[in-house]
Write a protein that binds this ligand. Structure first.
Ligand code: NDP
Length: 287
């Protein structure tokens, strides 16, 4: 008997056409011989409630959420995992027999890349995070849960920066400080890890870099970017000062790999996913 049925997952976003996640999941399905499909679905903010009902109606195994749905989706879920509840944002939903469970794998993906690829243990260390948006929130919460000593949160918008600082100080045992971003921000000398969690440097503005004093970066620091590209200007400038660098591709791959395991039950073929993404980014940049 033929069996044409495929298991469905995907992503809801707006705009979503340039989201590359499909590339790595489809490569992973092919590598493991799974009859699964990852769909890239444009969902307008007003249609999110119906789209979430659609997960149950189509018996989809789950969904990723991207801009602008990560916060609004919370009210349509049956359960929210503790880290995601702390962040107030969900990027991965798992459908377990009709129960929609929310998780956030962004910060976890970052931490996996930081510990495995950069071989950096954040416990007891001093971190500086540039930005206070969704990516910064998930990274700061996971850094704090991993026992980082202090986090300096540097942001232009005071409200967003103070809100994240207060979240870390009241809900975790790490100590956070808010620093209002002034052009040419100088890093404290004892910084162990610097993370660009802003959208500066994202395609098509790939030559832009955060406005900090690059001469305050030293060879003892690990410098990380959330921008999923192999060599941003931010990382190149940091490498020139002797810092160890970590790009955002690893974060993207690992956050997807964690979701893949939650949905399929299989360990994700991380190397296959990384290669598929790298190929996609090289093609896009004409490289
Ligand atoms: P948000 O819109 O929630 O936050 C953007 C942040 O960037 C804010 O803190 C904002 O500051 C800051 N920012 C924007 N422009 C500037 C500027 N010119 N100078 C200083 N700060 C600036 O976005 P997200 O947090 O969701 O995403 C941020 C980046 O992270 C994106 O590029 C996204 O692609 C990337 N990302 C990567 C992932 C990965 O797996 N590699 C996963 C998730 C996100 P302000 O508050 O002052 O406006």
């Amino acid at each position: 008997m033929p069996d044409y049925k495929e298991e469905l997952i995907g992503v809801f976003g707006h705009p979503v056409a340039e989201n590359p996640t499909v590339v790595m999941h489809e490569a992973a399905f092919a590598a493991l011989g799974l009859k699964w499909r990852y769909l890239t679905i444009e969902v307008l903010p007003d249609d999110l409630e119906n789209a979430m009902k659609g997960i149950r109606a189509f018996n989809m195994k789950g969904i990723n959420l991207t801009i602008p749905h990560k916060v609004n989706v919370l009210k349509y879920l049956d359960e929210i995992k503790p880290d995601a509840a702390l962040m107030g944002a969900v990027n991965t939903v798992i459908n377990v027999d009709g129960r929609l469970i929310g998780e956030n794998t962004d910060g976890k993906g970052f931490m996996r890349s930081l510990t495995r690829d950069a071989k950096f243990d954040p416990s007891g260390k001093k971190a500086v995070v540039l930005g206070a948006g969704g990516a910064a929130r998930s990274i700061c919460v996971e850094l704090a849960l991993a026992g980082v000593k202090t986090i300096s949160i540097v942001n232009r918008n005071t409200g967003r920066g103070e809100s994240l600082t207060s979240l870390i100080n009241t809900k975790t045992s790490s100590e956070a400080h808010f620093i209002r971003w002034e052009p040419g921000y100088e890093l404290p000398k004892d910084t162990d890890v610097l993370i660009n969690a802003t959208s500066v440097g994202l395609a098509p503005d790939i030559h832009q870099k955060p406005d900090i004093s690059y001469d305050s970066i030293t060879g003892t620091m690990v410098v990380c970017d959330v921008i999923p590209a192999p060599a941003t200007s931010f990382l190149r400038e940091s490498e020139k000062r002797g810092a160890k660098i970590l790009d955002g591709l690893g974060m993207l791959v690992y956050q997807g790999a964690i979701g893949f395991k939650l949905w399929t039950g299989f360990d994700a073929p991380v190397e296959v996913m990384h290669q598929a993404l790298s190929r996609a980014f090289n093609t896009e940049s004409g490289g």
